[in-house]
Write a protein that binds this ligand. Structure first.
Ligand code: IMP
Ligand code: MG
Length: 180
């Protein structure tokens, strides 16, 4: 667990092991299985970053549930570009559905705060937000989060689906940017 890895020009140190991550994902899945019993929720997974989290979470859902995917992006390198682009939009009717948005990380909150009006416009019967990671110290656009697996400091992380300029998504655990 002590090895330093290199992604592009930066060094990262191990931060959260895959065991620690899956333990929290299980707790979240148990909670959803219990709370949504008999309701058939629709998960909306926000690509690219949340593909691994969504996959692990969805495999642990044991009630009837659906999943769809949208693709939003706002990041360039290790900084939010401030512009949110919708690369793949919503293709599923959300009216009267119980929606659970699944996001890898909430940083400034811009991505989700721009996307949420599209969801509310379709009048879902309920809406909850589940995130793997939350960086409260980075908040610019506050978003009400219903489930957080880990609250983390305002430091850049890679792995478990999250990238640094396209690389690092395949790492099974999370790594944190190494201080110089
Ligand atoms: P926000 O719009 O500033 O909340 O940023 C959200 C998006 O930026 C996330 O969905 C991630 O894809 C990306 N992001 C934010 N922080 C990190 C990080 O530490 N590592 C990798 N990607 C990040
Ligand atoms: Mg993301």
């Amino acid at each position: 667990m002590s090895e330093i890895i290199h992604v592009h020009d930066k060094s990262f140190v191990p931060y959260l092991s895959s065991g620690e991550i899956i333990e929290k994902v299980k707790v979240l899945a148990d909670h959803i299985n219990h709370e949504y019993k008999g309701r058939k929720p629709l998960f909306i997974s926000i690509l690219n970053g949340s593909f691994m989290f969504s996959s692990d979470l969805f495999k642990l859902i044991n009630i009837d549930a659906e999943i769809c995917f949208i693709k939003l992006a706002s990041y360039k390198g290790t900084r939010s570009s401030g512009q949110v682009i919708t690369a793949i939009g919503l293709d599923t009717d959300l009216t009267d559905r119980d929606i659970i948005i699944v996001e890898d990380i909430i940083d400034t909150g811009k991505t989700l705060s721009q996307f949420l009006p599209q969801v509310y416009n379709q009048r879902p019967s309920s809406l909850k937000i589940a995130v793997l990671l939350h960086k409260p110290d980075a908040t610019i656009f506050p978003v009400k989060i219903d489930y957080t697996c880990f609250t983390i400091p305002n430091k850049f992380v890679v792995g478990y689906g999250l990238d640094y300029n396209g690389l690092g998504r395949n790492l099974a655990q999370l790594y944190q940017l190494k201080e110089d």
